[in-house]
Design a protein around this ligand. Structure first.
Ligand code: GTP
Length: 359
């Protein structure tokens, strides 16, 4: 490490160990590097000026804009954020990245740009990226959630480093602000953890939960089952009653699944009309009973949506964790079982193990 390059890092104690610790504390890893690259390539490149201008339009109504005008100049302010977006999350795990972000914060603190202004701007950039992702990947949650997660985490890192840089200049005051910012970042994270339509876990949160529970089950040697549940002929519901009614049916489906499982079981939305249920500490026999309860809970009573009573069924595939399973493989086996349930006439439960012994 070049000592000149890392001076801010050194002053704040950001050695390699602390950089690594910060990154892992925020849940950032190599995957986020790939997601950030994809974000820059597909969602940022060529749109930086438009993104920054849209943020600045929101900003222009604040009195703080006068401070920017006086202390930095609006064009340099905008240029800075265009640069920020061009390199969004690039090499976020290197001392150079930390040094640059800290250096910017120090320079701006010296120029008396309030930290709140920088935080607001980071929030607006974050919001603009999330809005743009939500529009462009609306029907592709498997792409959307990892990228949104990446936006939040990289922004959290920027917020954190900005605050730390200010510490060099305004040590006492900034601790309070950092607590506030962390709380807001946490709230934003929590917002992403829930699927807005159905109120169950979002895809990214579901996958995090599954990974955690699989690791725990392996460590404790306890059984764990997952259920992949997919509504039958749901397209017909949309086609017959309209998309809004379809949304209500999805919401009620999630509620009925929730009613059929136990308090500690986890349910998440895997995709459009597909849900995953994680049954911790549960063997196949018990999981089968729960899956059957879910199936009956949906098939036995029509779902009331607007003025319609809609008969709908669900197909369920189940798999139990094996010693050498990864979460993805476990889900894949549950998914194959679910497709088998579809193939065999729908409205039924198929167990992955049964499937294999039948072949
Ligand atoms: N209303 C609504 N529909 C959705 C949502 N997400 C996905 N869908 C719809 O879900 C439908 C899924 O259709 P298909 O994949 O053909 O599956 P299906 O009709 O349920 O048929 P099978 O799964 O084979 O039983 C499509 O029409 C999607 O547009 C959503 O959030 N709301």
């Amino acid at each position: 490490m070049n000592s000149e390059i890392v001076s801010n890092c050194l002053m704040l104690g950001f050695d390699c160990k602390r950089i690594q610790k910060t990154i892992s504390l925020l849940g950032l890893d190599a995957e986020h590097g790939k997601h950030a690259k994809r974000l820059r390539r597909e969602f940022i490149e060529g749109k930086t000026e438009a993104l920054v201008s849209s943020c600045f339009d929101s900003f222009a109504i604040c009195e703080d804009v006068l401070l920017i005008k006086e202390n930095i100049g609006i064009e340099s302010f905008k240029e800075f954020w265009i640069d920020y977006l061009c390199g969004f999350g690039q090499n976020f795990d290197t001392p150079k990245y930390f040094e640059e972000r800290l250096g910017v914060a120090v320079a701006w603190a010296h120029k008396k740009v309030p930290l709140g202004v920088l935080h607001l701007q980071l929030c607006l950039i974050q919001q603009a990226l999330v809005d743009s992702l939500s529009t462009q990947c609306k029907s592709d949650p498997k792409t959307l959630w990892p990228l949104v997660d990446c936006v939040f985490k990289i922004t959290s890192l920027s917020v954190y480093l900005t605050v730390e840089g200010y510490h060099l200049v305004e040590a006492d005051e900034l601790q309070k602000t950092f607590d506030k910012l962390s709380e807001e970042a946490l709230k934003l994270h929590q917002k992403v953890a829930i699927d807005h339509l159905t109120g169950v876990l979002s895809y990214s949160s579901l996958m995090d939960t599954l990974e955690r529970q699989v690791n725990e089950a392996k460590q404790n040697g306890s059984p764990l089952c997952v259920i992949m549940a997919d509504l039958d002929f749901f397209k017909r519901v949309n086609d017959t009653y309209g998309h809004l009614v379809g949304d209500i049916v999805l919401k009620h489906t999630a509620e009925r699944i929730q009613a059929a499982i136990r308090g500690f079981d986890m349910i998440g939305r895997f995709g459009g009309e597909e849900f995953v249920i994680i049954l911790e500490n549960t063997d196949l026999a018990l999981a089968k009973i729960i899956a059957e309860r879910i199936r009956k809970g949906i098939a036995d009573t029509p779902i009331h949506a607007k003025k319609f009573d809609i008969d709908i069924t669900i197909s369920l595939g189940m798999a139990m964790l094996r010693k050498d399973d990864h979460p993805e493989i476990l889900l894949e086996r549950a998914d194959t079982a679910m497709y088998e349930a579809k193939k065999n006439g729908r409205n039924r439960v198929v167990v992955a193990g049964d499937l294999e012994s039948a072949h």
